[in-house]
Design a protein around this ligand. Structure first.
Ligand code: PGA
Length: 272
């Protein structure tokens, strides 16, 4: 199975010059090392850099994602500061991250908001990397699975709504949804759960999504939160971990590609 390694650049780099420099090193390194098909690379630049990054990656194997889209309209409207799914597609992106914990925390993204965003993304043909994860307190109180169930209920409700109102979205969801499990306490902290903990959680996520609709294909689940060159091998070695969503370490081409290599090699071994 193909692993996915996705770089979430967040509000980085600060300037176009630095974005270009990051892309230069990334593209040179990818061309040099003849990255195989086993690993699908994707980067999510800030909204302002989305069009230029997509243009530069257009004829390469690296996909481009937005980090968010508007909940208010999938196309256009009087929504100051928002960027719609259609605008993101027009800028050249084929995917979007949704529900990242920083959006949930700083922008109070609710169940309803995320339901609308997912629906808009699939309406416009975007793939979705849907992020879920528990906080430190929830982890300490052993609430991880119930928190994830609440966050996954967005998928369940979207399936129900789509079956009634827009059946074509069910097919798009089946083909173009990836879940990223990111414990909030692991993001940017250098702290990570054990591989066994991640495996149990991924199994729970896969089973939960499968229970929503038995016709859905097996859900791809990535791990995110302080993935780096030192720990990537251990996550990659698990058949339950289908790839990584990488923040800090994706801002340097060499560490991003080293993580991709770890997944590529581990998944190659799995298929032998
Ligand atoms: P991190 O971020 O790799 O810097 O912990 C991951 C993320 O927020 O997606």
């Amino acid at each position: 199975m193909q692993a996915w390694v996705i770089g979430n650049w967040k509000q980085n780099p600060a300037t176009t010059k630095d974005v270009d420099a990051l892309l230069d090193t990334l593209l040179t390194a990818v061309a040099d090392d003849n990255t195989s098909n086993v690993c699908q690379l994707m980067v999510a630049p800030s909204c302002i850099h989305l069009a230029s990054v997509s243009a530069r990656l257009q004829n390469t194997s690296i996909l481009t994602a937005a980090q968010d889209i508007s909940a208010l309209s999938d196309s256009s409207g009087a929504y100051t500061g928002d960027c719609s799914a259609q605008q993101v597609v027009d800028a050249g992106a084929t995917w979007t991250i949704l529900g990242h914990s920083e959006r949930r925390q700083y922008h109070q993204e609710s169940h309803e908001t995320l339901l609308d965003k997912l629906s808009h993304a699939f309406t416009q043909g975007l793939g979705v990397v849907y992020c879920i994860g528990e906080t430190q307190t929830q982890y300490d109180n052993k609430q991880t699975f119930s928190v994830l169930d609440d966050q996954l209920a967005v998928i369940k409700d979207l399936l129900i709504k789509s079956k009634e109102q827009a059946p074509e979205l069910v097919q798009r969801l089946a083909e173009r949804l990836i879940i990223a499990y990111e414990p909030v306490w692991a993001i940017g902290t250098g702290k990570v759960p054990t591989v066994m903990e991640v495996e149990a959680t991924h199994q729970h996520i896969k089973e939960t999504v499968a229970s929503f609709d038995t016709t859905l294909p097996a859900m791809m689940v990535l791990y995110g939160g302080s993935v780096n060159t030192d720990n990537a091998d251990s996550f990659a070695a698990s058949p339950m971990i289908d790839g990584a969503l990488v923040g800090g370490a994706s801002l340097k081409a060499d560490s991003f590609l080293a993580i991709a290599h770890a997944f590529e090699q581990a998944k190659n071994k799995e298929t032998l």
